[in-house]
Design a protein around this ligand. Sequence first.
Ligand SMILES: Cc1cc2nc3c(=O)[nH]c(=O)nc-3n(C[C@H](O)[C@H](O)[C@H](O)COP(=O)(O)O)c2cc1C
Length: 171
Amino acid sequence: MDVEKAIDIRKSIRKYQDKQVSQEIIIKLLDAARKAPSAHNTQSHKYFIVKDEETMKKLKKANAFKQPFVYDAPLIIICCANPSLYPKPIEVDDKSENYAHEDLSIASSFLVLQATELGLGTVFVAWMHREKIKKILKLPKNYIIPFAILIGYPAEEPAQKPRKDLNEIIF
Ligand SMILES: Cc1cc2nc3c(=O)[nH]c(=O)nc-3n(C[C@H](O)[C@H](O)[C@H](O)COP(=O)(O)O)c2cc1C
């Protein structure tokens, strides 16, 4: 599958077959994220892999994610980044923050497209209690967790969601 095709067929999948995602595939997905560009090549991203029942149960018990389907995913990749790694902003514009969100989003898109190519379904999930997740997974305090990605073999075929026309997204 080429990139164009992966972009075309990707859609959010929230129901998965009862089939694990292999270690080999997980490594391939993370490797796609690893290769993404980042501001100053800071590579501030890190991922926490949840695939064992015990951790899933802990997250569920704490109601860490707001939507019940999350706990039925065979694999959750918690996408994290360390904003403190960025050098001081160059004062050429009004951007005074770090680029942790941007870089993590780009890398995660690489990961999702790689997953799509491998026949996996994915969905980004941001509706969660971040402090609960950090505590349960013992993640460092200085990391942000903008979202997680659920991954598994699709057990549903939802219709593709509509997108704006090209002329609507061009100034
Ligand atoms: C940053 C981000 C956060 C999202 N958070 C959630 C979420 O918490 N729960 C959920 O069911 N879907 C979530 N989604 C999925 C979007 O609803 C979905 O991508 C959008 O409706 C377009 O549908 P599509 O992915 O099938 O094209 C999120 C997507 C993104 C990009």
